[in-house]
Design a binder for this molecule. Sequence first.
Ligand code: HH2
Length: 281
Amino acid sequence: MTGIQPAGSVASEPALRIMAILNVTPDSFSDGGRYSDPQKAAEAALRLVDDGADIIDVGGESTRPGAEPVSTDQELGRVIPVIEAIRARIAAPISIDTRKPEVARLAIAAGASIWNDVSALTCSAESPDLAARLGCDVVLMHAQGDPQTMQRAPSYSDVVGEVHDFLEARVTACLAAGIARERIYVDPGIGFGKTLEHNLALLRALPRFKAIAPVLLGASRKRFIAGLDRDVAPTDRIGGSIAAALAGAAAGVAVVRVHDVAETRQALAVWSAISPMQRSQ
Ligand code: HH2
C-alpha cells in the first residue's frame, strides 16, 4: 500500500509532496458542497492529479471554526463512496481526514492509505493501536480545543514550545502503540485554536518541528491570510496560500496540503529552479 512517501524513494530528503484537499462536506469553509456526488468527486480527483497532486485528502466533516460535528454514519456515508470511486480511477495515495477510528478503518479498507487526524489520534483512546494495526501513514496535527470552540480565545504562554512538546509527545505515544517511525508526520495545525500571531510564530518555527518528524503544512486559504490582507474571502486567498507553501518549502516541510494544486505546483517549480539550496542538492 502506498502512503505519503513516493514508492521506491531512497532520497535522504524526498521532494515536497502536494496533498490536494477534496472535501465532501456541505459546509467546509472554502470548498463546501462541491463534491457530494462520488463520480463528480472522482472526476475532481482526476483533475487534481493532472494538476500535480501527489495525494488526495478526502474529508467528510468540516473542522472550520464553529463547525457542527457529524455522526459516524453521516461521515461514512459521505467519504466511503467517494474513496471507492477515486480508488477505481486513480493510483495516487488517498488520505482520509477524520478524527473517528471507525471512519479511518473503513476508509482504509476502501483504499485510503493515510490517516490524517486533526486531533493527532487523541479523539479515541483506541486510535493509535488501530493505526498501528492498519499499517497506514498517520498525520498528527496540533489543535487547541475542538472546532466548535477553538477560535474563541486561543491562549499559550509559548505557542511554539507548547505545539512542539505536544507533537513530540504524540509521536512518542504512537511509537509506543507500534506505529512505525517512518509512517509518522506532524503538523502544527495552522488556524486550529490560534490567533494571527500564533500562526505566524508557528510558520516561522517550521524547521524546529522537522526535528520531530517530517512536517505537513496546511495553510491553504486559511483565515490568517485575510488577517494580513484586507479580510479577503477564502477564494481570494490564493496568493497568500502560495506564499505560505513557499515558506514551507524553504523550511523543508515534506507535504503541503492545498486547495489550489496547479498554482502551487507552478510556484514550487519556479521556486525550486531558482533556490540555491535546492539546486546544490
Ligand atoms: N486543515 C483543515 C482540515 N484538515 N489536516 C491537516 N493535517 N492540516 C490542516 O491544516 C488541516 C487538516 C481545515 O481546512 P479545510 O479542509 O479546507 O476546511 P474544512 O475543515 O472546513 O473542511
